[in-house]
Design a protein around this ligand. Structure first.
Ligand code: NI
Length: 176
């Protein structure tokens, strides 16, 4: 097995989290290695999804694994240039969190089902319809590629309070 690298995850507020990411033009070994390292970083955190801008790389790459049941085999997914082709009118509400906004959770309403197209690490085009937690997660991660965070769905006041909390968290972490 190749050596894994764990990446530090950026904490909001950070300009790199607000930037739109660039599409992948050519799939390289480096990018595939990056996807593996991002999965490792995500599992280690632990989290169920991670987008490249969260480690300071503004490239359209996300990873996720929403398998939660104990004993069920993991399903690590890496998606290059993921795109939502279709969204259901029906919505669902999930309490979302984000590795870039530690210990903050809030309910977000999103389409209940989405059909997503992406390029997998072998360079093949894939298409799948997700629902439940997978649908929420893939939408949350694709948002990251457009510089959007889940707190952007909340009221301005809530967002300010959370941002202030994160500024303080970063200051405390820098001190210790
Ligand atoms: Ni996130």
């Amino acid at each position: 097995m190749a050596d894994m690298s764990l990446y530090p995850i950026l904490i909001h507020p950070d300009p790199r989290l607000k930037k739109a990411s660039a599409p992948v033009a050519d799939l390289s070994d480096e990018l595939c290695k990056l996807a593996e390292d991002m999965l490792e970083t995500m599992y280690e955190a632990p989290g169920i999804g991670l987008a490249a801008p969260q480690i300071g790389i503004n490239t359209r790459l996300i990873v996720m694994d929403c398998v939660k049941e104990e004993g069920e085999s993991p399903r690590p997914m890496a998606m290059f240039n993921p795109q939502i082709l279709e969204s259901s009118d029906e919505t669902s509400v999930y309490e979302e969190g984000c590795l870039s906004i530690p210990d903050v959770y809030a309910e977000v309403t999103r389409p209940k089902e989405v059909t997503v197209q992406w390029i997998d690490p072998k360079g093949a085009e894939q298409r799948e319809t997700f629902d439940g937690l997978w649908a929420t997660c893939v939408q949350h991660e694709i948002d990251h590629l457009d510089g959007k965070l889940f707190i952007d769905y909340l009221s301005g006041l809530k967002r300010q309070l959370i941002t202030r909390k994160m500024v303080k968290l970063k200051r405390d972490r820098a001190r210790s």
